[in-house]
Write a protein that binds this ligand. Structure first.
Ligand code: FAD
Ligand code: EPU
Length: 268
């Protein structure tokens, strides 16, 4: 196990976030040790806004055994979802098509129940293994409370690995479905972001509301409400968490939206 001081901006897709102690755990013994003091779990950092001051807790990242995977067996929570989506398509295994384009780790995808209107990860899970209060627990997806961007995993639990429930389908059919998902994502920006900032309110789309209210293109320093999609805040280069937060506050003065992002550290 390696422990080092890092800047979390180097570990988040938004490219924002201050210092922390990173614990790179490779096996269960490492994980047990790393969780002996207050901690947070870092996946691929694609749904995170981290404060410029960083966080005092240990930041645990899953590697080694936890990043190993076998499509038809156990898939480590530290593995990257896009690789698994591609491998499934290649092998004619269907169920992950709707997750195309989500830059998650498997553990982060489960924790957030990542998905699109074409499907969520919860629908493709056969079994989830997680570490909680010193023990490994295995459950089926029905035992958790999966919903829109939520998993119902107990507070502090660490997803360690999962098994998937995929169906055999012709690769051409899978690829056609993936093309439709890709098409639906065409309006999303390619710049650094953490995906959609806000959850969609029932029956509407946060991006549409932010667009209608005229926030697209609004800037605070290096942070900008994407001109392409209103629910994305992009880092044009060197944005601080404070600047990103200022945009969130501006939007929320007008629109009662709930954050989708996980926020780490202190914000006003
Ligand atoms: P992180 O951002 O690292 O962490 C998110 C949360 O999960 C944190 O609370 C963290 O503590 C927790 N976590 C991470 N790993 C574990 C673990 N092993 N055990 C327990 N908790 C854990 N999301 C969608 O749902 N649909 C989309 O279409 C989508 N598109 C996106 C497009 C872009 C360009 C980007 C940048 C993001 C997008 N997202 C989307 C958001 C993001 O990819 C998802 O929320 C994803 O599930 C986050 O996974 P992660 O591994 O990056 O988690
Ligand atoms: N819209 C606008 N202006 C904008 C953006 C969107 O008018 O600036 C309109 C679109 O024209 C469309 C509606 O709003 O009528 C919905 O937009 P879109 O199809 O882009 O989907 P979304 O609801 O904004 C959701 C997820 C995305 C996911 C896509 C694809 C949420 C918060 N967002 O976006 O997930 O990729 O569907 O299915 O649920 C994420 O969660 O981080 C994320 C990116």
């Amino acid at each position: 196990m390696e422990v080092k001081r890092v800047h979390l901006k180097d570990f988040t897709t938004l490219g924002v976030g201050g210092p922390a102690e990173l614990w790179l755990v490779e096996n269960l013994d490492d994980l047990a040790r790393a969780t002996e003091a207050p901690y947070r779990i870092l996946g691929n950092g694609s749904n995170l806004l981290v404060a410029d001051e960083g966080v005092p807790e240990r930041v645990i990242k899953l590697g080694g055994e936890f990043a190993a995977w076998d499509l038809d067996g156990w898939i480590g929570a530290g593995a990257l979802l896009p690789q698994i989506v591609q491998e499934a398509a290649k092998r004619g295994r269907s169920g992950l098509e709707g997750l195309l384009g989500i830059p998650a780790s498997v553990g982060g995808a489960v924790r957030m129940n990542a998905g699109t209107r074409f499907g969520t990860i919860a629908e493709a899970l056969a079994e989830i293994e997680y570490f909680h209060e010193g023990r490994l627990i295995r459950v089926g997806p029905e035992a958790l409370d999966f919903g829109y961007r939520k998993s119902g995993l107990p507070e502090g639990s660490v997803v360690t690995r999962v098994r998937l429930d995929l169906k055999n389908r012709p690769s051409a059919e899978i690829l056609a479905r993936m093309r439709r998902v890709d098409q639906a994502r065409k309006g999303q920006p390619k710049r650094k972001s953490a995906g959609c900032a806000f959850k969609n309110p029932p029956g509407d789309a946060a991006g549409r509301l932010i667009d209608l209210a005229g926030f697209k293109g609004m800037r605070r320093g290096g942070a900008m409400v994407s001109t392409e999609h209103g629910n994305f805040i992009v880092n044009l280069g060197g944005a601080s968490a404070k600047e990103v937060w200022a945009l969130i506050e501006e939007i929320r003065k007008t629109l009662p939206l709930e954050l989708e992002w996980e926020v780490w550290g202190r914000f006003p």
